[in-house]
Design a binder for this molecule. Structure first.
Ligand code: KIV
Ligand code: ZN
Length: 512
């Protein structure tokens, strides 16, 4: 029988390290619930020592989820390990994940520690963490660029100290598949007690090889893969969950492991991550990109109509992309909406359903068919952003070829309505100038992009912005059938995220 691959999802921790991708506690909780439904084995919920916000989110998630292991990241200090344990202690199966760099370059320039000191520190950290729980993971940061024999010594010592998982990260995305496979084999054959722990891998995508390296490592004997949904993460991101899982699913004959993930939740989870973080999935992204199942060439379309397997190696339904996405129209009732939202994974209470239903009716008046993607937008904007400081109440713009664009805006700021007017070079500029005046904010707009959520001329437009203020960076996302309103919502969402970052300062980033 094949081994089960342990899927360790770090979307909430390494994924959140994508520039601008901060999530509030409610958003993290929603995503954690979806990850549990997807069936991942471990959720790395955050890095509690980094900020109060992270601590709170990890603690809430650990207290709520009952069918998944919850991990928290910690450096090797007692303070970090105490914070990690404090946050996850209510989990059904808590895991402390501690890490220390083991490459010569990191030890010399970052840690200023000798090899002996690194081993001693890692061992002490694992022993200390072990005083709280048996379930300990140790990661050798920059493992792929570490001296092989030293790496094996570190793993041997940390397993001896009680680590139940040892993780080999390709922290800077430098490895190539054959080399990484050889390294995993080397570690397995030169770490005497390796069979007492699970060997894990954690790859970054700087050369676009994260999934290839992960698959090569699994073939070489790794039994835990650390991944993120949509491959989001530090710099070029991490190994993408959907690519690994669908490779196992599609090419089982070549894979020594299986996975029990509920693949039909892959697409909804991908959408949710994109909606919450504001990071758009590139159209040609494997598995979950908008074009992943689109056939442009006539000869391909003809073949797919005759037999989908001519050009499709996976069925769209397997990842939860339903062929029939048409769901509700303006005559649909509250019950139908509630049932459909439940199918999509949103188990909302009566108050939330009431709010979503009102928004749904408003949209159904503007748009003939309300699709799943439209509903997701309503839920994300209406329910998950409850802790927002600023929200849009009213927007009117006037513009044209021979007039200066003007915007009239009413915002709700901390429960109070505030109105104003302003001008700009076009309607979006006018709206943004007015919003910035009313909120008293002064951020720079680094990026602005527009796309359509679904097909058709009545499709909702989706706008994403990237804002920066005093060194803080936040993404904002907004959707609406009216593109100017979508732009205003995206800007306001970005401003809310900046406010969140200001009120939840990262207290410690050193070492990550
Ligand atoms: O990339 C990395 O090395 C990490 C570790 C903390 C596991 O994210
Ligand atoms: Zn990482």
């Amino acid at each position: 029988m094949k081994d089960e691959l342990i899927i360790f999802d770090t979307t909430l921790r390494d994924g959140e390290q994508s520039p601008g991708a901060s999530m509030n506690t409610a958003e993290k909780m929603r995503l954690a619930i979806q990850l549990e439904k997807l069936g991942v084995d471990v959720i790395e919920a955050g890095f509690p020592a980094a900020s109060e916000g992270d601590f709170e989110a990890v603690s809430d998630i650990a207290g709520k989820l009952r069918n998944v292991e919850v991990a928290a990241l910690a450096r090797t200090s007692k303070e970090d390990i105490d914070r990690a344990w404090g946050a996850i202690r209510k989990a059904v199966k808590p895991r402390i994940h501690t890490f220390l760099a083991t490459s010569d370059i990191h030890m010399k320039y970052k840690l200023n520690m000798s090899r002996e000191q690194v081993i001693k520190t890692a061992v002490e950290a694992v022993k200390y963490a072990k005083s709280f729980t048996d379930n300990i993971e140790f990661s050798s940061e920059d493992g792929s660029r570490s001296d092989r024999d030293f790496l094996c010594k570190v793993f041997e010592a940390t397993i001896e100290a009680g680590a139940t998982t040892v993780n080999l990260p390709d922290t800077v995305g430098y490895a190539i598949p054959q080399e990484f496979s050889d390294l995993v084999k080397y570690v397995r054959s030169h770490t005497p007690n390796i069979n007492k722990a699970v060997l894990s891998i954690h790859c970054h995508n700087d050369l676009g090889l994260a999934t290839a390296n992960t698959i090569a490592a699994i073939a070489a004997g790794a039994r835990q893969a650390e991944v993120t949904v949509n491959g989001i993460g530090e710099r070029a991101g991490n190994t993408s969950l959907e690519e690994v899982v669908m490779t196992l699913h599609t090419r089982p004959n070549y894979m020594p492991v299986t996975s029990h993930l509920n693949t039909e939740h892959i697409y909804p989870t991908s959408r949710l991550v994109s909606m919450i973080t504001g990071i758009i999935v590139q159209p040609n992204k494997a598995i979950v990109g908008a074009n992943a199942f689109a056939h442009e060439a006539g000869i391909h379309q003809d073949g797919v109509l005759k037999n989908p397997m001519t050009y499709e190696i996976m069925k769209p339904e397997t990842i939860g992309l339903s062929a029939n996405k048409l769901v509700l129209g303006k005559h649909s009732g509250r019950h139908a909406l509630r049932t459909h939202l439940k199918e999509l994974g949103y188990d909302l209470n009566d108050k939330e359903i009431k709010l979503v239903f009102t928004k749904f009716k408003e949209l159904a008046d503007k748009k003939k068919y309300v699709l799943d993607e439209d509903l997701e937008v309503i839920v994300t904007e209406g329910i998950l952003r409850t802790s927002d400081i600023f929200s849009l109440e009213y927007l009117h713009v006037s513009c044209g070829s021979s007039v200066h664009a003007m915007a009239g805006v009413t915002l709700n700021i901390n429960g109070r309505s505030v109105s104003g007017t302003g001008y700009g070079n076009g309607p979006i500029d006018a709206a943004y100038n007015t919003i910035s005046q009313l909120t008293g904010t002064n951020s720079d707009l680094l990026r602005f992009s527009v796309s359509a959520i679904t097909g058709g001329t009545d499709a909702q437009g989706e706008v994403t912005v990237r804002l920066s203020e005093n060194g803080l960076i936040a993404l904002g996302r907004g959707a609406d059938a009216d593109i100017i309103i979508a732009s205003a919502k995206a800007y306001i969402n970005g401003l809310n995220r900046l406010e969140y970052l200001k009120s939840h300062p990262v207290t410690s980033e050193e070492g990550l």
